[in-house]
Ligand binder design. Structure first.
Ligand SMILES: NC(=O)c1ccc[n+]([C@@H]2O[C@H](COP(=O)([O-])OP(=O)(O)OC[C@H]3O[C@@H](n4cnc5c(N)ncnc54)[C@H](O)[C@@H]3O)[C@@H](O)[C@H]2O)c1
Ligand SMILES: O=C(O)C[C@H](O)C(=O)O
Length: 341
């Protein structure tokens, strides 16, 4: 899937006309990015403009989108781009959308947890999801805004209240955890990173991020010490970037890459491509928690199948039990917020 995105990028990077591929065989798909002028939003908008599965790209933010849209629109790829700014244009940005990607909200600064963003981002996510329920109730939603462990349950509650909740269409984007786990594993195991697969389950914050290195391929004989160090680095990947950026935000470029991969997988699923599997934080029954990240098969209606955890090592079983209380309380916090507000 990553290689197909890279293939798409390479194809579109050639100085060709927009007719270099057959648009007739690819369905029309509208993608909306909410928070498109931000640190993630801008590179993500660029990557979605390069995706030949997109026919209409709507870029929405509270400010700055006319410039981003004008800039991105000059790229000679398939989609038509439009910028929308401010509350009164949100409906237009969303109408007819097949996939809505939400990287809107504030990022962390050093010393903060993702949960410290709750007070500001919960309200932003709630109001954007209220608009989604009104203007594109059947769209697939890719939630990037943190804390994902709580913002996805908030979105679910907003959609329930509006009477349009479809658990198959709501996704917390945890692809960056998978991207990191693959990179770190390849480095340690000295294998070709392009061939690496590592499922990451649980949630998207600290210990709730549980990479399953026992299932990583290609297999490598790593020591338990190496596995523990890789697990910790994956769990702390976001903090590593926050500290390196020293007050200037969190991961934006790697997140845009990860967000583009996940949106591409959703579009492929919608278009009927078989066997599209990605890890994502979704409504789930594979543990006792109502939301959980695991491998998910994507299809024409969004989630086609939530896949199980597979065999876990003792270390992973321990990690799974450890993450449950924190994930449970983040889910409850989100649900409570949405019910009260
Ligand atoms: N899921 C993940 O793996 C992951 C990874 C990285 C960052 N994030 C999260 O993504 C979010 C965005 O990060 P960023 O670095 O792009 O931040 P940023 O501050 O650079 O950009 C956020 C954008 O959201 C916009 N915005 C604010 N309120 C809005 C509203 N009501 N409607 C539309 N747009 C609105 C802002 O104007 C800004 O352009 C943060 O919450 C961050 O923690 C998640
Ligand atoms: O770490 C953050 O705050 C941003 C994001 O969740 C990440 O994993 O990079």
């Amino acid at each position: 899937m990553r290689s197909s995105l890279l293939r798409s990028v390479k194809t579109l990077a050639r100085p060709t006309t927009a007719r270099a591929y057959s648009v007739d065989s690819v369905p029309s798909r509208k993608v909306t990015v909410l928070g498109a002028a931000g640190g993630i939003g801008q590179p993500l908008s660029l990557l979605m403009k390069l995706n030949p599965l997109v026919s209409q790209l709507a870029l929405y933010d509270i400010g700055g989108t006319p410039g981003v849209a004008a800039d991105v629109s000059h790229i000679n790829s398939r989609s038509e781009v439009a910028g929308y700014m401010g509350d009164d244009q949100l409906g237009l940005a969303l109408e007819g959308s097949d996939v809505v990607i939400i990287p809107a909200g504030v990022p962390r600064k050093p010393g903060m947890t993702r949960d410290d963003l709750f007070n500001i981002n919960a309200g932003i996510v709630k109001s954007l999801c209220t608009a989604i329920a009104k203007y594109c109730p059947h769209a697939i939603v890719n939630m990037i805004s943190n804390p994902v462990n709580s913002t996805v349950p908030i979105a679910a509650e907003v959609f329930k209240k509006a009477g349009i909740y479809d658990e198959k269409k709501l996704f917390g984007v945890t692809t960056l955890d998978v991207v990191r786990a693959k990179t770190f594993y390849a480095g340690k195991a000295n294998v070709n990173v392009a061939e690496v697969n590592v499922p990451v389950v649980g949630g998207h914050a600290g210990v709730t991020i549980l990479p399953l290195f026992s299932q990583a391929t290609p297999k490598a004989n790593l020591s338990q010490e190496d596995i523990q160090a890789l697990t910790k680095r994956t769990q702390d990947g976001g903090t590593e970037v926050v500290e390196a950026k020293a007050g200037k935000g969190s991961a934006t470029l790697s997140m845009a890459y990860a967000g583009a991969i996940f949106a591409d997988a959703c579009l492929k699923g919608l278009n009927g491509v078989p066997d599209v599997v990605e890890c994502s934080y979704v409504q789930s029954t594979i543990t006792e928690l109502p939301f959980f990240a695991s491998k998910v098969r994507l299809g024409k209606n969004g989630v086609e199948e939530v896949l199980g955890l597979g065999p876990l090592s003792d270390y992973e079983k321990e990690g799974l039990e450890k993450l449950k209380p924190e994930l449970k309380s983040s889910i409850e916090k989100g649900i409570e917020f949405a019910k009260k507000n």
